[in-house]
Design a protein around this ligand. Structure first.
Ligand code: THU
Length: 140
């Protein structure tokens, strides 16, 4: 399947418009493309108790699982962000989101733009080398 990365990051940019981020004022959107070819969106949802905040990527992943079921596999995930001045900001997934992405796609591609707005596409294994997996207790 040929992936339209521009369209995927475009979807992430649409998702960030609904971001609830009164504290950081950093809006983040994510778009998950699953192996079935569907796209699911998420945005960051902050909380006055900061640690309750949920990231855009994990919200998009939860939505994908809800709508496709537990066998859902991530083919690619795009992340887009704007700062408090609505200026495009280059961000990559945080460590927890990297762990969440690899859980649903050992070879998921991660799409984001660099400071110059150029699209960067990297396999999740490069963003979380030697990732923790369930093999210690599942033996696979
Ligand atoms: N954030 C995300 O949504 N995804 C990430 O991968 C990194 C951080 C959000 C959380 C918080 O609302 C804001 O960005 C600032 O940390």
């Amino acid at each position: 399947m040929k992936i339209n990365y521009d369209e995927l990051i475009g979807n992430a940019s649409i998702a960030l418009k609904n971001s609830y981020s009164p504290y950081s004022k950093s809006k983040v959107g994510a778009a998950v493309l699953t192996k079935s070819g569907n796209v699911y969106l998420g945005c960051n949802v902050e909380n006055s108790s900061f640690s309750v905040t949920s990231c855009a990527e994990r919200n998009a992943i939860s939505s994908a699982v809800l709508l496709e079921g537990p066998q859902m596999e991530i083919s690619a995930i795009a992340i887009s962000s704007v700062d408090r001045n609505n200026k495009k900001a280059s961000i990559t997934p945080c460590g927890s989101c990297r762990q969440a992405i690899i859980e649903f796609g050992k070879d998921a591609e991660v799409v984001f733009s660099d400071d110059e707005g150029k699209l960067i596409i990297l396999p999740i294994s490069e963003l979380i080398p030697h990732a923790y997996t369930a093999k210690t207790f599942l033996g696979k």
